[in-house]
Write a protein that binds this ligand. Structure first.
Ligand SMILES: NC(=O)C1=CN([C@@H]2O[C@H](COP(=O)(O)OP(=O)(O)OC[C@H]3O[C@@H](n4cnc5c(N)ncnc54)[C@H](O)[C@@H]3O)[C@@H](O)[C@H]2O)C=CC1
Ligand SMILES: CCCCC/C=C\C=C\C(=O)C/C=C\C/C=C\CCCC(=O)O
Length: 261
């Protein structure tokens, strides 16, 4: 899929990985809606990106992705403003082992909601023209990040859900590609949460282990994750692929046994 003239919606796009992805989409002449709960960084980012790429290409909608009605409204507003929807990146995520029920809502339930809403606006089943969905998981889904049980569970969940939906899309002829992206450690504000009892709860006592892991595996830059994301968006041969990005191997794909049915 060529990105020029396409319309994208990125959750959690106000900072970190999401912001880098938004910037790359704008560089490639897409129209983009950022859906994020953080008003200050969302508006600040919009001001900067408007200066760089011109006004009218980027919309910011303040929205907590856990609020299903508000998320639905954000999708509708994107279509009302830009005319259609082609690319949805379910990226918003948190690290909070203390409030783990909230983390499941943000990291998994909202990815499911975002995927179903994306299909309503893009699937041929709904009379739409097709598109692509990328759900952000993590290398934690493969390495079972130590002392991070619920974060790890949510990221496993994102992969399972995404792979099944990719298969459903083929069988149902939705015309929508659905992929998961799994970065290793990335230099964003989320990474700093590892130091905080408010985020890690009783697991904060293992913060030195986490830092050791980061030193061992290395920390990626958000722009490199955006590069991987663009490959998933543009390569129409990749439905259902699970992309991994690490310092040691760069951008690569997880391989699975073929399904027996
Ligand atoms: N930073 C890292 O090392 C890695 C991050 N990831 C995943 O990448 C995704 C993005 O993470 P980062 O950019 O690192 O985090 P970040 O904390 O820098 O940015 C996350 C963005 O999501 C927004 N957000 C959080 N909860 C929200 C909610 N309920 N509703 C709407 N917006 C919400 C925040 O306001 C923020 O702008 C997450 O899903 C994360 O789990 C995956 C692997 C590694
Ligand atoms: C384990 C500490 C987590 C701190 C929480 C904040 C950020 C979350 C980060 C991730 O999602 C990534 C987690 C784990 C995988 C890290 C590296 C894998 C690299 C593997 C390799 O290079 O082969």
């Amino acid at each position: 899929m060529a990105v020029n003239g396409k319309v994208a919606l990125v959750t959690g796009g106000a900072q970190g990985i999401g912001r880098a992805v938004v910037r790359t989409l704008l560089q490639n002449s897409a129209k983009v809606t950022v859906v994020d709960m953080n008003k200050d960084s969302g508006e600040g980012s919009k001001t900067e990106l408007d200066k760089e790429f011109g006004e009218g290409n980027l919309a910011f909608i303040q929205c907590d992705v856990r609020d299903g009605a508000a998320l639905r409204d954000a999708f509708q507003k994107t279509v009302d403003k830009f005319g259609h929807l082609d690319i949805v990146i379910n990226n918003a995520g948190i690290n909070n082992e203390k409030n783990w029920e909230k983390m499941i809502e943000v990291n998994l339930t909202s990815v499911i909601k975002g995927t179903y809403l994306a299909l309503e606006h893009m699937s041929k089943e709904h009379g739409k023209q097709g598109g692509t969905i990328i759900n952000v998981s993590s290398m934690a889904a493969f390495l079972h990040s130590p002392h991070q049980p619920v974060y790890t569970a949510t990221k496993h969940g994102v992969i399972g859900f995404t792979r099944v939906m990719a298969d459903a899309s083929i069988r149902g002829d939705y015309g929508v590609r659905i992929n998961a992206l799994c970065p290793g450690f990335v230099d964003t504000p989320l990474l700093q949460s590892v130091e905080l009892e408010d985020n890690m709860g009783k697991f904060v006592k293992f913060k030195d282990d986490f830092k050791h892991s980061m030193n061992k595996f290395g920390v990626l830059q958000p722009s490199f994750i955006a590069e991987g994301m663009m490959r998933l968006v543009t390569d129409s041969g990749l439905n259902g692929a699970v992309m991994k990005i690490t310092c040691s191997k760069g951008i690569h794909f997880h391989t699975y046994e073929p399904m027996s049915v």
